[in-house]
Design a protein. Structure first.
Length: 447
C-alpha cells in the first residue's frame, strides 16, 4: 500500500491503489531517472527550420538523439534495465511476504484475534484487514526504502529527505487503511454473499472501486500529497486554456502541482470523471521545459481526455479483472484443498486467505505485464498523435521525449519495448514528431 514518489495521472494513481488492494504490497517499481539534461531545439538545422526538400525525419531524429552524451545514455540505460530486475525481485519479495503470513499461520492468528474482539462479521473483516495492511507494510518497508528512496537518490532525481519521504509513505498507509479497509470489507461481504459466483461479483465490485478512485482522485487523493494552486502567468495559462477550448474541454482553470518537493521529473495531466476533471501540470515542467514543450505536453494530456482513455481503461479493467478472478477461483480452490488446513484457511470468504488471494493475483498480473504495458503504450501513442495535431509543436514534443530519457531508456529493442515499456520509447516518439513535422513544414509555427 505504499506510494511511489513519481508523477502520475489521476487514473494511474487510482488504478495503482486498486491493484495495491488486490495484489501484494510493494508492487512493481516504476522506471526511475538518470541525469540527462536537455535543451530546446536550436534555431536551425535538422531540428530547427530546415527547407522542406532537405528535411529527413530519420536524420532529424538522430540529431535529437545525438544531444545525449554516451555517459548520459549509459546511465539512463543502466537505471531502466535495472528496473527489469527490480520488477522480478519485487514480485518475489511480495510472494515471500505472503508465505510468511500463511506458512507461520500468522494470518490465521490475525483472523482469530479479530473474531475475539467482535462477533459482527463485517467488523471482524475490517479488523483483520487493518492488521494485514500494517503487517505487510512493515515487512515490505526495507524493500520500499531501497527501491523508492535510496535508488531514486542514487540517480539524482529525488528531492525529498528521508523524513519527508517517510511522511508520504505514512499518508499512503493511512489511505490504505481507510480506503483499503472499506474496499476489502465490501469485497469479502460479496464473497460471503455469493459463494458460487463470487469471482464474477468480486470483479464487478473491484471495477466499481476503481471507477470511484478515478473520480475521487483529483479532489480527495492527490491533494493529500501535493498542493494545487492556480497557474497565474497568463502567457502560459491562456495558450493552455485556448488549446483546451479548441478541443472541447470546458474549463477555466489550470493548476500547478508542487511536485518539485519530491522529484525532478516533469509531468502533467488532464484527469477526472463525473465533474472532477482537472488540468494540472507540475512545477518542474514550468521550470525545465520551453513554452513549446509545455504546449506539446498539454496537447498530449488533453488527448487522453478527449479520446476517452479513462473509459477505455475501465473497459480493459473489466476484462482483466473478470479473467483474473476466474483464474483466482481456479487456483485458490486447488491450493486450499491441499494446504488450507495447514494454513488455517476455512474458505474463500475467510479473511485469513487474503495473502493467498493476493499472491495468486500477483502471479496473474506479473504474467500479464507485457499485455498491460502494450495497452497503456497504445493509448500513449494515440495521445502523442493527438497532441501533435492539437499543439502543432513537434520540436517541443521531441524536446520533452528527450528529457524523459532521464528515467526511460531512449532506444530499446522492439521485444524489450513490448515487454517493459508502458510508453513508446523516446526514439519512437521523436521519430513520430519528426515525421509529423516533415508533413507540415509549410504551416508549423516558425516555418
Amino acid at each position: 500500500m505504499r506510494r511511489r514518489i513519481i508523477d502520475r495521472s489521476t487514473a494511474g494513481i487510482a488504478l495503482a491503489l486498486l491493484f495495491g488492494l488486490l495484489s501484494l504490497p510493494g508492487g512493481t517499481p516504476a522506471a526511475g531517472p538518470a541525469a540527462a539534461q536537455t535543451a530546446p531545439a536550436p534555431a536551425g538545422g535538422e531540428t530547427g527550420a530546415p527547407q522542406a526538400e532537405h528535411f529527413d525525419p530519420d536524420r532529424a531524429t538522430e540529431a535529437w538523439l545525438a544531444r545525449l552524451s554516451p555517459a548520459q545514455r549509459a546511465r539512463s540505460d543502466a537505471y531502466f534495465e535495472g528496473g527489469y530486475w527490480l520488477t522480478l525481485w519485487s514480485f518475489l519479495y511480495g510472494l515471500g511476504v505472503a508465505w510468511i503470513l500463511l506458512g507461520t499461520r500468522l494470518s490465521a492468528r490475525m483472523r482469530d484475534l479479530a473474531e475475539r474482539l467482535t462477533r459482527f462479521r463485517p467488523l471482524q473483516t475490517f479488523l483483520y484487514i487493518v492488521q494485514y495492511i500494517l503487517v505487510t507494510a512493515l515487512l515490505s518497508f526495507p524493500w520500499a526504502v531501497y527501491t523508492d528512496f535510496v535508488r531514486e537518490h542514487q540517480y539524482g532525481m529525488a528531492t525529498q529527505d528521508f523524513p519527508a519521504w517517510l511522511l508520504d509513505q505514512l499518508k499512503m498507509l493511512a489511505l490504505g487503511l481507510v480506503l483499503g479497509g472499506l474496499a476489502l470489507t465490501l469485497l469479502y461481504a460479496v464473497l460471503r454473499w455469493k459463494t458460487r459466483t463470487w469471482w464474477v461479483w468480486g470483479a464487478v465490485v473491484s471495477v466499481l472501486i476503481g471507477v470511484a478512485l478515478i473520480a475521487l482522485g483529483p479532489v480527495f487523493i492527490e491533494p493529500v500529497f501535493n498542493n494545487y494552486t492556480e497557474l497565474k502567468d497568463p502567457a502560459l495559462r491562456e495558450p493552455i486554456l485556448s488549446l483546451a477550448r479548441a478541443n472541447g474541454i470546458e474549463t477555466k482553470h489550470v493548476y500547478v502541482v508542487d511536485a518539485s518537493k519530491q522529484t525532478k521529473r516533469v509531468s502533467a495531466n488532464v484527469a477526472g470523471m463525473f465533474g472532477t476533471m482537472r488540468i494540472a501540470l507540475n512545477d518542474n515542467l514550468l521550470r525545465r521545459v520551453s513554452p513549446a514543450g509545455i504546449k506539446a505536453v498539454m496537447g498530449h494530456e488533453m488527448g487522453h481526455y478527449v479520446l476517452d482513455h479513462a473509459y477505455k481503461a475501465i473497459l480493459y479493467l473489466i476484462i482483466v479483472l473478470v479473467t483474473g478472478f476466474a483464474f483466482l477461483k481456479w487456483a485458490f480452490e486447488r491450493i486450499v484443498a491441499r494446504r488450507g488446513e495447514r494454513w488455517g484457511i476455512r474458505g474463500v470468504a475467510d479473511p485469513a486467505g487474503l495473502p493467498l488471494l493476493a499472491a495468486i493475483l500477483a502471479v496473474f498480473f506479473f504474467v500479464l505485464t507485457p499485455i498491460n504495458n502494450t495497452f497503456i503504450r497504445t493509448d500513449e501513442a494515440e495521445a502523442d498523435i493527438f497532441g501533435l495535431n492539437a499543439a502543432r509543436e513537434p520540436d517541443g514534443a521531441a524536446e520533452v521525449a528527450l528529457m524523459l530519457s532521464e528515467y526511460r531508456k531512449i532506444s530499446p529493442g522492439p521485444v524489450e519495448e513490448w515487454i517493459f515499456f508502458d510508453h513508446p520509447s523516446g526514439r519512437n516518439r521523436i521519430l513520430m514528431a519528426m515525421r509529423w513535422k516533415a508533413e507540415h513544414l509549410g504551416d508549423v509555427k516558425g516555418q
